[in-house]
Design a protein. Sequence first.
Length: 542
Amino acid sequence: MIEKIFFEKNFEKGYDAVLVFTNAVTRPASNELQLKKKKKPKVVIRPVLGSIAMPKSFQVFSNEKFLNDQIAPHVKDQSYQAKPGEIFPIYSEGLFRQIVYITLPTLYNKKDGENFVVNELLNTLRELVATVISQQKRSCNIAIDCSKLAFLAGQTKTTEASLVRCITEASFLGDYRFDSYLSKPLAARHTLSLVGAIAITPALQKAARESRLIAQATNHARDLENEPPNCLGVAEFVARATSFAKQAKFKIKTLDTKQLRKQKFGGILAVNAGSDEGAKLLTLEYKPAKPLSHKQSVLFVGKGVLFDSGGLSIKPSKAMEEMKMDMSGAAVVLLALWAISLLKLEVRVIAVIPLTENLIGPQAYRVGDLLSMYNGKTVEVTNTDAEGRLLLADSLAYATAAFNPDYCIDVATLTGACVVALGSEYAGLWSNNDKLAGMLSKSGERTAEALWRMPLDAAYLEDMRSKVADLKNAASTPYGGAITAAKFLQQFIGKGAWAHIDIAGVMSYAASKGYKKAGASGFGVRLLVDFISCLANKTKEK
């Protein structure tokens, strides 16, 4: 893992690995830096296109002195053909152990829409940088050549700050390992240096530090999600949340089972009934030190099922393998709030997190039970594995009434139906407010934590009607399950702007690729922080 980040003017020491950005160009450009060797022709590559040989050269985004002194004399392959999106070492050892070239794709194209293409470029850059960082198996000092940031930003139609954020974020996300329980930990210890004579300004240093913090928040969320269920129960989650609250100086309040019973949180208590460990409801609150004149507040609610067996509607064993991650929504909103607080974003944010296990025991709730929820609505239980919506329903009803937020966003690994609908690339988004849905979707595009908006029509509520209660907790039809679950939640939010994000399909990665590491994803932390950051900036403008 990366332990320290440095900002340096020149390549004055022998780094173990240096990352240099390049581009493959079909014709020489007047402002490009081309690899040269003393008294030898410049390095060119001549790929054959059909029967015509076209000249092609490296476009290297680097300081010219460094390029000529440290790179050109050590290029060992004079005929390498760089491909867009490729990582290639063609360096025989000189001052550094290794120089790795990252070839950026030429993605900007006006006809495709500038924002979409720039976001695609930045995500490709994230993946490429993270891949190089993750390949460093032994502890080493890593340097990234940022001496031509302004030129690179111009070429890619983005900003220097966006590039720095992307590079830093990718470095810390790509270096993630979960090895807490290995007898011999895998993680190597690295330092990261961003090097550029005049390119790394104080403003860009600030952008790098902020991006590092957000990446660390994502990695902390990954840690919580990856924890074995016998190591992270309700009490341990509360202890870790308390530690994060002390670090970031936000308030934390806990309701225990006795208090939940007194205040009639029927949904949370029913799900918890099969567990030996009592349920808890956490309320976390961050208030800016200098509230803005135009005050806004945002409520996050995160599902915290520390392990989900399905209850009496028990899951097959294969389906339980990742159910230690059924608390991913809780981890995401906790660490998003941690980052927001440390970044001192000028928006009041509250996070409410219900915590329990869903297990089988003598007192476990049953199919057919009738529950009285926090807001007085009654629910007939038709599936004990549809427990997340019961936790969220109580939490949403309580929190929206208590805090009256401008925006309410819940995050949950809620339904297998969302995985069927969207697979593992998009999280599902439901909202009763177009403005909120649009802002969240834009944040998803910028952070590559993509959302796909789904319908919320009134017709979907009909399958949730019960003959003996106001609602059933699971629809009678097997179709549209992610939508009916969202429609169920909508009955507990009041009239404010609300969005539901179902992260069931994106809570984990099957294999490692770039900044995505096998295991828990931490999906949603960067998205929520970006959303609050944009909201804070818009509020300032007013």
